[in-house]
Design a protein around this ligand. Sequence first.
Ligand SMILES: [Zn+2]
Length: 104
Amino acid sequence: MSRKKVFESLIADNVARIASDLEKAEDFNTSILASHVIEAIKKVGSNLHTTKDGVLFCYFCNKGPFTKKGYYLHLMRSHYQDLIDSVVEESERIASSSKDVEFL
Ligand SMILES: [Zn+2]
């Protein structure tokens, strides 16, 4: 896998974990990714955690209900690129509003 692909799979996996509540956003940290990317993963992951009456539904296509594991797998299978695009967009927004810019 290329370096870019490794980063992308790391991003998608962690966003999907946070979105499905398998991992808490506040517990997520890694030395591999830049701080603004980590911040973007936490923010996008929390945004994608969408529930109706306490049950998980998909943020992107409104399918559901899902178990935590089911939502994680659905996001990774059906919305892999959406996850990455959302995080890249958010991290660029965060980076452009911050002075110490470092990209992926
Ligand atoms: Zn979906």
